[in-house]
Design a protein around this ligand. Structure first.
Ligand SMILES: C[S@@+](CC[C@H](N)C(=O)[O-])C[C@H]1O[C@@H](n2cnc3c(N)ncnc32)[C@H](O)[C@@H]1O
Length: 184
């Protein structure tokens, strides 16, 4: 993990800041190692406000290059497009992108499907789990305060994943156990 990224994660953890956003350069530096793993796959970013999330930006702009099948994103506690990331609404939305349609290789708003969620977009909600079951690989930077629970859900559903966490998470007994078992 890049030193600057880990320092930022430490600061975010110290401040119990679940709203720390991942920088595009960090995503690019890490994900370039996994290009072949994404071919034909459905990617789900389940803790990502698509207006802000650089994971959504990365995967939607690299959709054709990575030969993705589908990109799904859930937005936590947001509904109105102008209120993205302000967490004012208990309702939320999910987005899907199935690739470029007009040949400009850029994700245009009319190419992104926006759907309402009945609940608040919590990754543990049945709706979000329903989307999780449709996905092949989960990629995000989840809320630090829910890291153990977040990882447990991925393991329970036997999903492949690439997630960012603070290095201290290695010392959590649940996480260390998964590393020893070669599941993480
Ligand atoms: C550390 S931030 C990272 C945001 C984004 N994934 C990124 O990498 O830039 C964690 C995100 O998870 C969202 N979040 C918090 N609790 C959540 C929950 N229970 N279910 C889904 N998302 C949640 C927060 O609103 C926040 O945007």
């Amino acid at each position: 993990m890049a030193k600057s990224l880990n320092n930022n994660l430490k600061k975010a953890k110290a401040g119990k800041n679940d709203e720390f956003y991942t920088e595009l350069t960090d995503i690019e530096k890490e994900l370039r190692h996994y290009k072949e793993h994404f071919k034909g796959k459905t990617v789900f970013c389940n803790c990502d406000d698509p207006r802000i999330s650089n994971f959504f930006h990365y995967f939607s702009h690299k959709f054709e290059d990575l030969e993705l099948k589908r990109l799904i994103t859930t937005c936590y506690k947001n509904q109105e497009r102008d209120l993205f990331s302000e967490h004012k609404s208990e309702s939320a939305i999910w987005l899907e992108y199935n690739g470029d349609k007009n040949g400009d290789r850029v994700p245009n708003p009319e190419e992104i499907g926006i759907h309402d969620l009945k609940s608040d977009g919590d990754f543990r909600s049945p709706e979000s789990i329903g989307l999780l079951t449709q996905a092949d690989i989960i990629v995000t930077n989840p809320p630090f305060s829910l890291f153990r629970e977040y990882v447990a859900q991925l393991i329970e559903h036997d999903k492949k994943f690439l997630i960012i966490g603070n290095q201290n998470a290695i010392t959590y007994k649940e996480i260390f156990k998964l590393i020893k078992e070669n599941k993480l």
